[in-house]
Ligand binder design. Structure first.
Ligand SMILES: [Fe+2]
Length: 309
C-alpha cells in the first residue's frame, strides 16, 4: 500500500528545494511544548575518580599542560567535553610546588576546595587560600593561576560554563606567561572579592521551599557571576524540584541518596552528580551538597521556571 501523500507535498518539496521551510508541517519541532534534556542524569563516584587524580599527578607534568584537570563528561553529548548542558565539572590536581600557568577567558569558573589544603589561587592579584570547603571565583576575563605551596598533593573541584560560552561562540582565551614571577608575588591578601569561606556559607544556611537548608552565594544580593549561580544545600529530606536551569552537584560531606529523573544515586563524600534541566530531583540523607548552576543565565533572560511538588 502506498503512503497517502499529503495534498501540500509538492509545495513542501518545492519550498525545501528553494531553501524555504513551511512552519505548518514541523511546528512541533520548531517550538517544543517543553524543554527536553538530551542528557540522562549522571553520577561519578569519588572512589573511581581518585585513582585517576593520582595517575595524572604522576604521568603528566604541570609544565607541559595548561591545567591538570579531569573533566567529567556525559556521553550524551556525543564525545563533547560537557558535564551537563551549559556546564563542566572537573577535578584539578597539583603536586607540591606545582604552578598552573596564569590565563584568562570569557568563561566563568569556580573552584571548591575538597582536598586542597596548601593550594592558593591568585585572581587579579588577590591571593585566595583554599581551605577545606572554601569557594574561589574566577570571573570572566580575570587573570588567574594556581600554586600548591604545601607539602602534599592538592585536589579541588572546578566548574565552569565553557559549553554555554562555546554554544554562543563567545569564547576568548588569553594565555599568560609561564615564567612571569611577578604574577606569583602577590602582596594583597584581601581576597574577599573572590573567596567565600566555608564557615560563612554554613552560617548562611536557611530554610528553603524544598525542605532543605540552603545558602545562595551572592554578591550585592545577586548571583556571584552573571552566568553562574552557586548554592550550598544541607540535605535532610527534600521535596521534588525541577528548573529550567541545570546543576552539577558536589557532595561536600555526608551520605545520602538522590532521585534525579528516573535515576537513583547513592552518594558519599566528593562524589559528583548532575541534575539536567527540567528534570525532577529530590534528595535524602545527611549531607551537604555544593551545587553549581546556570540559573543566573535563565534568570537574567527571564527564562527561569522553577517548580516544587
Ligand atoms: Fe581558567
Amino acid at each position: 500500500m502506498t503512503k497517502l501523500e499529503r495534498p501540500d507535498a509538492p509545495l513542501i518539496a518545492a519550498l525545501e528545494k528553494a531553501r524555504i521551510h513551511p512552519l505548518w508541517d514541523r511546528y512541533q519541532r520548531i517550538t517544543p511544548m517543553a524543554p527536553k534534556a538530551v542528557d540522562e542524569p549522571m553520577h561519578w563516584r569519588w572512589g573511581d575518580i581518585a585513582p585517576f587524580t593520582a595517575r595524572a599527578a604522576k604521568e603528566v607534568g604541570i609544565e607541559d599542560v595548561e591545567r591538570r584537570a579531569l573533566i567529567l563528561a556525559n556521553p550524551a553529548f556525543g564525545g563533547a567535553t560537557v558535564t551537563t548542558q551549559n556546564l563542566i565539572g572537573a577535578f584539578t590536581v597539583l603536586e607540591p610546588g606545582d604552578r598552573a600557568v596564569p590565563h584568562r577567558h570569557t568563561a566563568a569558573a569556580i573552584r571548591f576546595a575538597t582536598r586542597a589544603e596548601g593550594a592558593v589561587t591568585i585572581v587579579n592579584g588577590r591571593r585566595c587560600e583554599m581551605h577545606e570547603g572554601d569557594l574561589v571565583l574566577t570571573p570572566p576575563m580575570c587573570w588567574h593561576g594556581h600554586i600548591n605551596e604545601g607539602k602534599r598533593r592538592t585536589v579541588w573541584f572546578d566548574a565552569a560554563n565553557m559549553p554555554a560560552i562555546c554554544n554562543l561562540d563567545v569564547s576568548f582565551f588569553e594565555p599568560g606567561k609561564r615564567q612571569d614571577e611577578r604574577f606569583w608575588e602577590v602582596g594583597t591578601e584581601g581576597s574577599g572579592e573572590y573567596r567565600f569561606a566555608w564557615q560563612d556559607a554554613v552560617r548562611g544556611l536557611a530554610p528553603a521551599p524544598d525542605g532543605s537548608l540552603t545558602y545562595r552565594y551572592t554578591k550585592d544580593g545577586r548571583s556571584v557571576m552573571p552566568t553562574l549561580d552557586l548554592f550550598l544545600k544541607r540535605v535532610g529530606k527534600t521535596r521534588q524540584a525541577r528548573s529550567t536551569c541545570s546543576a552539577v552537584c558536589l557532595v561536600v560531606s555526608g551520605e545520602g541518596r538522590s532521585k534525579v529523573g528516573e535515576r537513583a544515586f547513592e552518594w558519599s563524600q566528593h562524589d559528583v552528580f548532575t541534575i539536567p534541566h527540567w528534570t525532577w530531583a529530590s534528595h535524602e540523607g545527611n549531607g551537604d551538597l555544593f551545587m553549581v548552576t546556570d540559573r543566573a543565565i535563565y534568570e537574567r533572560l527571564e527564562l527561569l521556571r522553577e517548580e516544587i511538588r
